[in-house]
Design a protein around this ligand. Structure first.
Ligand SMILES: Nc1ncnc2c1ncn2[C@@H]1O[C@H](COP(=O)(O)OP(=O)(O)O)[C@@H](O)[C@H]1O
Ligand SMILES: Nc1ccn([C@@H]2O[C@H](COP(=O)(O)OP(=O)(O)O)[C@@H](O)[C@H]2O)c(=O)n1
Length: 219
């Protein structure tokens, strides 16, 4: 029997990761941050001095990543750099990259590690492409200004010295690329529950999400 999947999609700094972590914890499910896969492809290319605009090189890099590489990259602090995020948004528009990462994500959802009873995947296309049959689909979002402020505070908290105008411009550019790309654009699944958390605390978002989970996945 397949295990329940909770899909959490949304734009950058909408609070997907924060919510996904807490939902996975509350449910005892395995968690996959799918953005880390695209970030991993970008970081590997940046380190190799490769051209991020080279679709063939990006596809080859995505195909070459093993589960061990992915695990190592997930723990790499440079994965969270804004330059890595921008690179991820570029390589993620390449169809060959998306195809190469598809099997890994589906296998994780079908067989969550450590015998977990279900999986939470967060990203951009989980409810639409990766797991269209997910039991629960949440689409979290917030205004672009709120998201830029969150990312700005996050970068400051990490000791970086960001410029707010740059962070906002980068957020808009990433939204634009993610929503307009031809393959798996960022869009809520028709059956997703949309949570606009511009004025919600992380706890309120979690309570709202868990109420949806309990309704869709009765114990
Ligand atoms: N509801 C919320 N209210 C205020 N800040 C939030 C909220 N949810 C998340 N954050 C903060 O916003 C930043 C981005 O959240 P994160 O979960 O990393 O987003 P995403 O995974 O969508 O990029 C983090 O610093 C996080 O602590
Ligand atoms: N399922 C996914 C996850 C991420 N991505 C891409 O990877 C980039 C980085 O994703 P992320 O979720 O780590 O970024 P943040 O939302 O945390 O800023 C995004 O801008 C998307 O372009 C994607 O295309 N599909």
């Amino acid at each position: 029997m397949s295990r329940p999947v909770i899909a959490i999609d949304g734009p950058a700094a909408s609070g997907k990761g924060t919510l996904a972590r807490k939902v996975a914890e509350a449910m005892g499910y395995a968690l996959l941050d799918t953005g880390a896969l695209y970030r991993g492809v970008a970081l590997t290319m940046i380190r190799a001095g490769a051209d991020l605009g080279d679709a063939d090189a990006a596809t080859a890099t995505a195909r070459s990543l093993t589960a061990t590489d992915i695990d190592r990259l997930t723990h790499d602090p440079d994965l969270r750099l804004d330059t890595t995020a921008s690179g991820a948004s570029r390589v993620s528009a390449v169809p060959g990259v998306r195809q190469a990462l598809l099997d890994f994500q589906r296998a994780f959802a079908a067989n969550p590690p450590d015998g977990r009873p279900g999986a939470v995947l967060d990203g951009r296309d989980i409810g639409t492409v990766i797991c269209p049959d997910a039991a629960v689909k949440l689409f979290v979002t917030a205004s672009v200004d709120v998201r830029a402020k969150r990312r700005f505070a996050e970068l400051q908290g990490r000791g970086e010295k960001p410029d707010f105008a740059d962070v906002l411009a980068d957020m808009r550019a990433r939204d634009d690329r993610d929503t307009k790309r031809a393959v798996a654009p960022l869009v809520p699944a028709v059956d997703a529950v949309i949570i606009d958390n511009s004025d919600m605390s992380p706890q309120q978002v979690l309570d709202t999400a868990l109420a949806v989970v309990r309704e869709k996945l009765p114990a």
